[in-house]
Design a protein. Structure first.
Length: 98
């Protein structure tokens, strides 16, 4: 399965954005939450989900949107199940390494 990934350098932090390909450009709504999977934030190119998970190792902050990438992060132990949000039926998680 392919996902979109993009790296952002913000000061000393490396922010990695990962989303399932079918979500790019979509806006998710759930109650007061509105979450847009923005092209400029997530689209740095497509890679396989396993390659994306390798990139997590070098990032200090990771944003994940979509069933495929969030479930793989759960399998790898990067994310705890209690930290996963469900926004409009779509899984979302964040990783922050302090």
């Amino acid at each position: 399965m392919e996902v979109y990934v993009k790296l952002h350098k913000i000061g000393k932090n490396v922010v990695l954005a990962i989303c399932d390909v079918e979500l790019l450009g979509k806006t998710l709504r759930d109650g007061k939450i509105t979450f847009t999977v923005k092209d400029e934030f997530y689209n740095g190119g497509k890679v396989g989900v396993d390659e994306a998970m390798c990139m997590v190792e070098n990032a200090t902050i990771v944003n994940l949107a979509g069933k495929c990438c969030v479930e793989r992060a759960l399998q790898k132990g990067y994310v705890h199940v209690d930290a996963v949000l469900n926004i409009d039926g779509i899984l979302h998680a964040q990783i922050v390494k302090l």
